[in-house]
Design a protein around this ligand. Sequence first.
Ligand code: ADP
Length: 486
Amino acid sequence: MKRIFNFLSPIKHLGDKNYSIVFPLLGTLSAVIILEFYAYIILGEPEAITTSAIFIFISLIIYFSFREGRRGGFIASIITISYYLYIIASREYQGERFVRGIETTVILAIIYFFLAAVIGWLKEVIDKLIEREANEKKRLETIFQQLPVGVVIADKNRKIVQANNRLNEIIGVKVPIGFQLGEGLIVSSISNGKPSTSDDDPLLQSLKTGKVVSNREFTITKNDHLVHLQVSAAPIKDRHNQTLAAASIISDITEQKNLEIRKDDFVNMASHELKTPLTSLKLYTEVMHRRLTKKNDKQLADIIKRAQDQLNRLQKLVDDLLDVSRIQTGKLTYTKERFNLSELVNETVEVLGETANSHNIIIEKTPNLQVHADRFRIYQVVTNLITNAIKYSPSNSEIRIQLIKNDSHALVRITDQGIGIPKEEHDKIFERLYQVFKTADKKSPGFGMGLFISKEIIERHKGKIWVESKLNEGSTFCFTLPLAKR
Ligand code: ADP
């Protein structure tokens, strides 16, 4: 029954471009035969075919043009018109009746063909549109399935409406379409795994807030293995900016993570191994330098002095490497004590000694600023900022250090008259291994670790660090630290 209904329904044939000629031909002929049979056999009255036939045939023409396009409508119209002519001939219309019959047939023919043309054309246009949309959908579906990242789309009622095969591979189970999402990480709820964090999934956040959530990292367990995921989500909105659904992109970054862990382990191990021979070497050269100075061998003593300088630079690099790897693994620890920040700054400039002689360092008259912090780490930050000021500004220029007492914070400003930093780089220079001018400073090249370490240290003390600078107009590096409570 359903199949007959599907066959007869023109709606079910929308988008189907296999137009049949046989069906309208047989359909209209059958209607003609039934009408003739009804008139001659049932009623026994050939003249009984009246205006009702006009409506039957109009319906048929509309039906066939809507089902089979223009050709279907034209075939039904031709048969209908032929039948009208047959009636005029077989019923032997004479005189005025004949003229009226022919006139009516011509007018009806115009109406029928017009209807068949318009409705058939509409049907063909609709078919084309439907086909185009279906092709577009297929194209998108192919791309969707072939993406190298997992994608899942949920509607505003938190039901999964689409997911691709890559997502199934990443989480190790098939994502059920229609699945109702709960709280937490969706891939965990689907795979019944335990997420490493109770944070909401970016997909749910995006649905809730209507905003993009980028690159959040999660860990799940798949077959007893840890899988690191990077998850982003974006809302899908309608024309009135209402969130209809949200799409989430999930990448498996386990390999990348493991590589990073191995790299950090390697850097950590290598710098540890380098530290011991370096310390011994420094001791030996110090002893040698002392003895050579005693013996008045100035030439050799100078050479050893230069070797010592190089060793100091090497030690700074190794120390920085160790600190960066400690920060990466969360192992940088702080031992806090109460001390006077102004004294520490004076001390730092003194310790810098010769390095600082090339510049005119001015420490403005300082208030007593008591802070509760890790003295060695803050000393490290101040040293780094002053050596940078020296490195990136011309010899004999001025470096001004200001210490200011704010409500609850100590503010340190270190201003140089050097090369400056363009605005778009102000945040980036605090990132790991970032350098603005890769070739600018050949005399003491760094690795872009100093500011990264300084930022970590200051932020761990609940302080802030930033730079105020313009290219070629010098820089002022500032940091704050909370004042110690009395
Ligand atoms: P590096 O060892 O390269 O100096 P840092 O992390 O200390 O590493 O600094 C990162 C980058 O920031 C530097 O390479 C330099 O380009 C820029 N920079 C830092 N301090 C200054 C400064 N006082 N003036 C100009 N540029 C600076």
